[in-house]
Design a protein around this ligand. Sequence first.
Ligand SMILES: Cc1ncc(COP(=O)(O)O)c(C=O)c1O
Length: 426
Amino acid sequence: MNLLSNEDRTSLVRLRDELSKRYDEYCSMNLSLDMTRGKPSAEQLDIANDIYGLVNASDTFSEDRFDCRNYGVPTGLPECKRMFSMITGFDPSLIVIGNNSSLSMMYDTLMRSMVFGEIESDRPWSVENVRKWICPVPGYDRHFAITQNLGFEMIPVPMKKDGPDMDIVEKLLASDPTIKGMWCVPLYSNPDGYIYSETVCIRIASMKAAAKDFRVFWDNSYAVHNLYPDHRQSIPNILSLCREYGYPNRVYAFSSTSKITFAGSGIACLASNEQNITRVSKQLSLRTIGPDKLNQLRHVRYIPNLDALHAIMDQHANILRPKFEAVDSILSEELSGLGIANWHKPLGGYFFSLFLPTGTAKAVVETAKKAGVLLTPAGATFPYGIDPNDSNIRIAPSFPPLTDIVTATKVLCVCAKLIAVEQLLV
Ligand SMILES: Cc1ncc(COP(=O)(O)O)c(C=O)c1O
């Protein structure tokens, strides 16, 4: 195929007619396909079904003989901290265990800063008239929803293949004391699937911030979510780097078992340095007399060691990999060489991120919807739901069955080409 922009008008009109015909055929199929959210499929959830039987009434005791049915242990069982140490690489003593959902721990952490400030200054963030947050884009819509909800002005910074554009981040941060934080998804970023390089991690750990209480929210949700078990990827230990480069309090790191066991009934964790964790632990022990330790017990029995963890994640990969490969090969077949699309084939995580010509993403999502294919709304990957180029679409292939993914991706490609051709014909 030639670059669409090199085609003459007659060829473009012919192409538009062919694409319209294909589009009409899809419309006549009465499709109802949903690729909007990165949820695990039922088949993936089934992997963890054995977890139910791992705690019964006769054995509710932790390794140090604590009865997990009772109140207590507000920061979590030691064996559960060790489990998350295995997942995240952080020292167990620096980990606090929460209930289901790391997102709720992120929200709570930010709320604590809003109310109590941080170690460097107990001035609550909520009293600042202007507070800003760095948001690598494209990024995770729920991160942006949290910072929007809590009144942060969000500053988009482009993602590059090795992480956020650090030249921009460093410049912004050094000069603006109202920038209080930054979102980071360092491994298999949502939605591009990029992995932060060691250089980027070091720059994040060592950059100068005008706000002395600046914090990085390091969301390692996809810590062990590799699609290719022979090519498992990892990132440097950000807490060690921050200590080494003189900003030991800088990072709050998060992870969860949402996409290891059950998305609706997993366990989350927060990790930071000793000072932050001591402070958080004090506040947590006021907020709760103890989290759901029976679920912690279930999890540590289900994931007792690295072999068990790898075996579970390899099963997820076996289900997800064909779906991701199908998306990649259809995108390649349909869109390669036309000069209208680019994307990165991720080695893990839950998403693809497709870039189309400026000004077409919304129209493509709308056109696909009319053919019965629901995609994540265009713009969702940007703060305030506004993609200034209107070019990015997030593809979430985890939940639907493979056959649906194949059809939905083909519909998406037909729509992308049709809108691109129509744009050229205007
Ligand atoms: C980057 C990122 N962080 C957090 C979450 C949600 O995590 P949890 O289920 O632990 O709240 C998701 C889910 O898609 C995600 O993509």
